[in-house]
Design a binder for this molecule. Sequence first.
Ligand code: FES
Length: 259
Amino acid sequence: MNTVKIALNGKTYQAEEKEPVLKVARREDVDIPALCYHEGLDSYGACRLCLVEVTGGGRPGMTTSCTLAATEGLEVQTDSSEIAKIRKGLLELYLAQAPDADYIKELAAQYGIKKSRFARSREPGAPVQKCVLCGLCVRICNEAIGASVISFISRGPETEVNSPYLEPSPKCIGCTACADVCPTDVIQITDKDGIRMVETWSDTQVAMKKCSMCGAYCAPEPLMDTVYRGVPDLDEEVRELCIKCRRRLKIRKFSQMTK
Ligand code: FES
């Protein structure tokens, strides 16, 4: 791994060569707003909010920091009146798209925006609108988990993320990765009576496995099957246990050994 030195707002930091500048900024507590970046996925520069300006050591101009690779001597300005103006315009659009998303409201407020010029009129009792279509949930499900449960459906203002034909998906393993990466807390998942219900994906239901020792529901069955495929040598006894009972079993075996 080669290390390079880059400057953010005039201060020098060490980075891995080709590391996304946004990743360096996050590590060093330099604030850059971003919606579609996740360290576990390739950067794809969709939301444009992480815009910065290259001022030296590279091709000068505005670019997205999530797709900007750290190179020796790179100089970057993460905030300026020009950058703030572009982010404001973007945040107004996101606020119109997701007027109920607290995170977007907070970001917009940081840039002095309380109301979007592009806000659409809404009927009383209209569905909650929190999704900014950043695509993180789709990408984590497809590219990292490999389940491909959801995708973008419809077009234009009707575009949304959901399961095909708005039907419950048999492919969902109940891992909750989609909810974990969602920046605006759109995805509703509840566990009840041995079922993990993914309400947002057309009420997809995933059966939970019971711990053979304490009887508590511990994790979705297809998720456990997926994990166990990666550890074929795992003791059969352990496979049937929840985390707490695994610890209990370990402690019990250890104390028997030391008697
Ligand atoms: S985080 Fe860089 S474009 Fe979205």
